[in-house]
Design a protein around this ligand. Structure first.
Ligand code: ADP
Ligand code: MG
Length: 365
């Protein structure tokens, strides 16, 4: 065994996958793999190519270039039903005139399994997704969350090599969506499934994923363990997509104490030690890492990364308040504090802003 790679079992591998719609490149030479038992979430804004990518893996769209392997086998020319993939669409695509039982039994009937085998499998999976007792209900007699579970059960029942999920919780209200996300992850673990889900919702990606792959304009921006992508974004796009983040532009300088970024005449921000020596850079600082206080301790200035500012905006979000803080020269930062904070800041208040070099990322693009 020569390291981790050889121990892993690739369930899906795509190489240079490309799809064009006329002159629009929807998916642009994308290569990645999903390992057995892994939950990979593809995160990207609307129109970034997520559905096209998933539909190619499922076999509903034929790629212009590249290869798709499932369990080691090249499947480019195989129809969807010969790929052993399970797909859940945002629309769910359930059969409205059939009962819960009939919907879930459908893929097994298509595979011509023995009726007694079908019955056992359907009952087992309905138990797992907590739908037992609702076998005879029609789809229109179910709540949104229950329909969601039928769609999952119908896909899980034939034990596909991989579960492909295209924004499956998009139609649910927020509370239900958050419950289903937690349930989905539990289900994935219980069944030791391999899952690939696409979403535009960074929170959903963080809740569900082992690894996150961020895509933009059909290309991979970054792929890695979710904490890595969250705490160590590699591009400004990833940084801004992974939650409320300030991106400041400036010139990188160094002095005897180390590197700093000159954002404006008065705002020079000390940054963590790095290899790069100079040039224009972007500084990504999460809103919750912009620390506000009433008095500067010890004193403002580049030595301590403490800056004077004024609160110019406030959004109350329940547990949190998002403040907009003006430093100088039209330069503002977003800062999140707990709404129960004793600071009790109001628009117009003078504050000090502390930026911890260990909580920021210097980016070149
Ligand atoms: N059948 C199609 N014909 C033409 N353009 C399409 C078609 N399907 C998708 N597109 C375009 O390809 C891009 C990617 O679409 P899609 O994969 O649906 O993105 P996402 O799922 O990330 O929102 C979009 O610009 C979309 O308009
Ligand atoms: Mg889509």
């Amino acid at each position: 065994m020569d390291g981790r790679g050889s121990l892993k079992n690739k369930v899906v591998e795509v190489k240079n996958l490309t799809k064009k719609f006329r002159d629009l490149v929807a998916v642009d030479h994308v290569s990645f793999q999903v390992d057995k038992g892994e939950f990979l979430v593809i995160l990207g804004p609307s129109g970034s190519g997520k559905s096209t990518l998933l539909m190619m893996i499922a076999g509903f769209i034929h790629p212009d270039e590249g290869e798709i392997y499932i369990e080691g086998e090249l499947v480019n020319d195989k129809p969807p039903y010969e790929r052993n993939v399970g797909m859940v669409f945002q629309s769910l695509a359930l059969f409205p005139h059939m009962t819960v039982y009939e919907n879930v039994a459908f893929p097994l009937k298509m595979r011509r399994l023995d009726p007694s085998v079908i019955d056992g499998k359907v009952k087992e999976i309905l138990e797992i997704v907590r739908l037992s007792g609702l076998e005879d209900r029609k789809i229109h007699e179910l709540s949104g969350g229950q329909r969601q579970r039928v769609a999952l059960a119908r896909t899980l029942v034939f034990k596909p090599s991989i579960l492909l999920l295209d924004e499956p919780f998009g139609a649910l209200d927020r509370k239900l969506r958050e419950e289903m996300q937690v349930e989905m992850r539990k289900l994935h673990d219980e069944l030791n499934a391999t899952s690939l889900l696409v979403t535009h919702d960074q929170r959903e990606a963080l809740v569900l994923a082992d690894e996150i792959m961020v895509i933009k304009d059909g290309r991979i921006e970054q792929k890695g363990l979710k904490r890595e992508v969250y705490f160590k974004p590699r591009t400004t796009f990833v940084a801004s997509f992974m939650g409320l983040t300030n991106v400041l532009n400036g010139y990188l300088w160094g002095d005897e104490k180390g590197p700093y970024v000159e954002i404006s005449d008065k705002v020079k921000v000390r940054v963590p030690p790095m290899r790069k020596g100079g040039g224009m850079v972007h500084l990504a600082i999460k809103a919750q890492d912009v620390i506000l206080s009433r008095v500067g301790e010890p004193t403002p200035g580049v030595e301590n990364n403490i800056f004077e500012g004024t609160i110019v905006g406030e959004v109350f979000e329940g547990p949190d308040i998002i403040y907009e803080v003006a430093l100088t020269d039209g330069l503002t930062l977003k800062a999140v504090t707990a709404s129960i904070s004793p600071l009790n800041l109001k628009v117009g208040d003078k504050v000090y802003v502390t930026l911890d070099p260990s909580r920021m990322t210097v980016l070149e693009e």
